[in-house]
Design a protein around this ligand. Sequence first.
Ligand code: GDP
Ligand code: MG
Length: 344
Amino acid sequence: MSFRFRALTAPGAAALQLWLLEGDPVSLQGALGKNAPIDVQPRLHRLQSVDGSVLDEVVVRSPRPGKIELSLHGGLGVTRALRARFVECGGVEEVPRRDAIVKARSPLAARFAWADAQRAELDLNARAAAHGGWAAWAEALLPQRAWAELARGDAKMVLAGQPNAGKSSLMNAWLREQRVTVSPHPGTTRDAVEATIVWGDGVDAAELQLVDTAGLWADATGTDARAVARSHEVIAEAWRVLWVHDASCAPGPELAAGGLAKAEHLLLLSHADQPLHSEVEAALRAFPGVFVGSYSLIEQASEAVAACSEALRQQLGPAPAPGADFPLSPSAWTELEAAIAARD
Ligand SMILES: Nc1nc2c(ncn2[C@@H]2O[C@H](COP(=O)(O)OP(=O)(O)O)[C@@H](O)[C@H]2O)c(=O)[nH]1
Ligand SMILES: [Mg+2]
């Protein structure tokens, strides 16, 4: 005779933990101890560990015969002792089925993981077939691909531009704290500095990693050259690049189409409180991506952050609807891209 048990609360230390036990009533009585009160009403009980010492004072409730809910304190020591006792009494632990949902770190991740779990028994080919085949599914889904990266927590928004453009000022404003050194000396930020924010609203709020870079400068040598090389690497791997350019300075070739800037990139002009450089307008016309606006990061930092956020929202378009069949795994997206490439 045996019983099954599983945690209903997320793994890790917490104030309380809740467990569900199911099996034949005799095994369940053995699991809790022969004197344990088993009733539809919640009852207090001193649960003993394998060695006979009191493990915790727990609340036992049996909504129906063969099923027990157990609430106890949430410490990791209590969890270990509880598992040991149940295994000793012949219990078999069920791996939580909703693991991805429990691990989800944002509302967007949780709702996509939930929708994915509903289709766990279907393989990707079956899902693609239900949408008219891989090519048709890919065509419908690819415009929303950025949402999959956001939901996975992999989305990196890299702040790039020349030294002293205001990248760290913008990053600080976004984080609403002094996380990054802001300094008038070029190259103060040597390495890429990352911080995670929760971006977006309600059920679409997702983790977004902001990455501040040292910046790009043409005549760099020594450690500066290494910092510039690192900036290039981070830009190449970015989910999005947000270019920051000091509007009172001449733009570099990186902002023009054919330079580093791409159609999905964003551009913010800083130093709007200073005279506009004569070459900036032409650079704006050549920029292949989305122009966010001109701001003084000294006087209008929060407006600049709101504008970046809004530009990103516009660019991404609406998130996949709740319950939509929207795959998250990178392998699914590789297949979708291959399907589009094969069709072209
Ligand atoms: N007047 C003015 N100064 C700014 C603006 N944005 C940044 N700064 C100043 O420019 C300097 C460099 O800014 P920082 O954010 O460190 O630039 P980064 O090198 O791109 O990270 C600092 O002294 C900032 O206070 C702006 O819009 N207007
Ligand atoms: Mg900086």
